[in-house]
Design a protein around this ligand. Structure first.
Ligand code: FES
Ligand code: MG
Length: 574
């Protein structure tokens, strides 16, 4: 080989070699037509692709990757695309969340094992964002995020329909006898009209916004529609930029400081973002070595206003958000609450990036002085029912239920709920507190999105639209209601949730951040003595997961995955 341009890069340990080893490392790649000068020491960029037909939200990622490659070539890099486990939210059972940490291991090991100097992460459907961020963080190379973008706005017979949110609303309408089966089936194709992620402010849009707020993507990443030409332009510019980031050695850990996380938490409040961001950012912080606590979500983000009028809690959809100016416009509006000195991947500060961001629609992105809701964000509740914390999104809850005392109606697991919820003889009224057990990280397993339990039809018919619901589960970012989630420790780990019985009184007081089971300690101790923990799965991933998953308040990462192992080059394979 000639003299490499910069022999310090890790790809040089593959492509800069002489003799048999160098032959192995170069020859097989040349089978794809790469000329010899591609191995001259230029930055090698791994494009981490979560394309899959089973993840339709990421269905355009092969095209997206081609645009990234153009940018990489233009900047003098050598792009190599590789697949990683793709987690589609809608098909994966029992829940995609069971595999978030598994996919993160795939990402981490794929990057470290290969001749890669910098990484582009292609992320879209809910879990594909945190799994890629977490895996990449444990390697800590220069890394840039490119989200797939939201799908086109749903439209049913002239009415807007939001991903997920529309399903929940319409299925309740069917159960209440207000919508026909035919219309319900028709809505399936009217809602998801194009490739791209859910176009409400669900978990995918929330996490794409987190990527931008953390400084890990170029500006505008969060909201450009999946099929808009500007999404491809962003991919191309990101391809160009990652090559420069390798030259600058701008590693992920230089972007992801404490300020980045604080900014992301505040942005989550301002966009009315998903509760799922809580577990994902806690897990990401753990990987990159930032001491972020569940309590920080409340301390930093819970008193901030929500400025974005998007479903599930508002009116508009992601396309409207993009046309209104997208995340830069929103962040400019809440700039007084952000750390504007936080670095971002384009080499400028967050403050530089948003300084001149225009807003084109004040209905969609409200001014700071006229918010959609004056206090948004995530409230962290504590009490004997969740000594390590539980979360609620007050902006998605009913104001009259934020302080409530009522008798528990207990469901032992999700099957029990499904079996009894439609029973006309179920003893329940609008004052009841619905309690769902065994849906946490170990219990489900995988902490499924089932916390927003459907309401009993007899109450729906009477016009009841919300009830207090408590569980150790998560809920879809597209869901809404007075729903207490992520109770920690979970029932399957021996949390007090496991001990709740029908008729026990439960007190929720969101303003006081209190979640209390009105049963004496002595009685709880008696019940605990009779409690048997669930058995671990017999083998495979589920066994490993069950034995090592941490509780929700720690981000539900596996205990041995916390932290990173760096980007050191492994020993030769031959
Ligand atoms: Fe994939 Fe919502 S189901 S983003
Ligand atoms: Mg979801």
């Amino acid at each position: 080989m000639g003299t490499p341009k910069k022999p310090v890069r890790r790809s040089h340990a593959w492509f800069g070699r002489e003799g048999k080893q160098g032959f192995y490392y170069r020859s097989w790649l040349k089978s794809a037509g790469h000329p010899h000068d591609m191995f001259d020491g230029r930055p090698v960029i791994g494009i981490c692709n979560t394309w899959s037909e089973l993840t339709p939200c990421n269905g355009h990622f092969r095209e997206l990757a081609e645009h990234v490659k153009r940018g990489v070539y233009e900047a003098g890099g050598f792009p190599l695309e590789f697949p990683v486990m793709s987690l589609g939210e809608t098909q994966t059972r029992p829940t995609a969340m069971l595999f978030r940490n598994l996919a993160s291991m795939d990402v981490e090991e794929s990057i470290r094992a290969n001749p890669i100097d910098g990484v582009v992460l292609l992320m879209g459907c809910d879990k594909t964002t945190p799994s890629l961020l977490m895996g990449a963080a444990s390697v800590d190379l220069p890394t840039i995020g490119v989200s797939g973008g939201p799908s086109l706005s749903g439209n049913l017979r002239g009415r807007p329909v939001g991903s997920g949110t529309g399903v929940i609303q319409m299925s309740e309408q069917v159960r209440a006898g207000e919508l026909t089966q035919e219309e319900f089936i028709e809505a399936e194709a009217c809602m998801q009209r194009s490739k791209g992620s859910c176009m409400t402010m669900g978990t995918a849009s929330t996490m794409a916004s987190m990527v931008e707020a953390l400084g890990l993507s170029l500006p505008e990443n969060a909201a450009i529609p999946a099929v808009d030409s500007r999404r491809y332009r962003l991919a191309r510019l990101s391809g160009r930029r990652i090559v420069q980031m390798v030259h600058e050695d701008l590693r992920m850990s230089r972007i992801l400081g404490r300020a980045a996380f604080d900014n992301a938490i505040r942005v989550n409040a301002a966009i009315g973002g998903s509760t799922n961001a809580v577990v994902h950012l806690l897990a990401l912080a753990g990987r990159i070595g930032i001491d972020l606590k569940l309590q920080d979500w409340d301390a930093i983000g819970s008193r901030l206003p929500c400025l974005l009028d998007l479903k599930p809690s508002g009116k508009y959809l992601m396309e409207d958000f993009f046309y209104a100016g997208g995340l830069p416009a929103l962040m400019r509006e809440i700039a007084p609450h952000l750390d504007l000195d936080a670095p971002t991947v384009n080499g400028r500060t967050l403050g530089d990036n948003i300084a001149d961001a225009p807003c084109w629609n004040r209905e969609v992105i409200r001014p700071l002085a006229e918010p959609v809701r004056p206090e948004a964000g995530i409230a962290v509740l504590r009490g004997n029912l969740a000594p390590d914390g539980a979360v609620i999104k007050p902006s998605a809850a009913s104001p009259h239920l934020l302080r409530h005392r009522g008798p528990a109606v207990v469901f032992e697991n999700i099957e029990d709920l499904h079996a009894r919820i439609d029973d006309e003889n179920l003893e329940v009224d609008e004052h009841s507190v619905m309690v769902l057990k065994n849906c946490g990280p170990r219990g489900y397993p995988g902490m499924a999105e089932v916390g927003n339990m459907p309401l009993p039809p007899k109450l729906l018919r009477r016009g009841v639209t919300d009830m207090v619901r408590i569980s150790d589960a998560r809920m879809s970012g597209t869901a809404y209601g007075t729903v207490v989630l992520h109770a920690s420790p979970e029932a399957a780990a021996g949390g007090a949730l496991a001990l709740v019985r029908n008729g026990d009184m439960i007190e929720l007081d969101v303003a006081a951040r209190r979640l209390h089971l009105d049963v004496s300690d002595e009685e709880l101790a008696r019940r605990r003595a009779g409690w048997t923990p669930p058995e671990a799965p017999a083998r495979g991933w589920q066994k490993l997961y069950f034995e090592h998953v941490q509780q929700a308040h720690l981000g539900a990462d596996l205990d041995f995955l916390v932290g990173g192992s760096g980007a050191d080059v492994p020993r030769d394979s031959h």
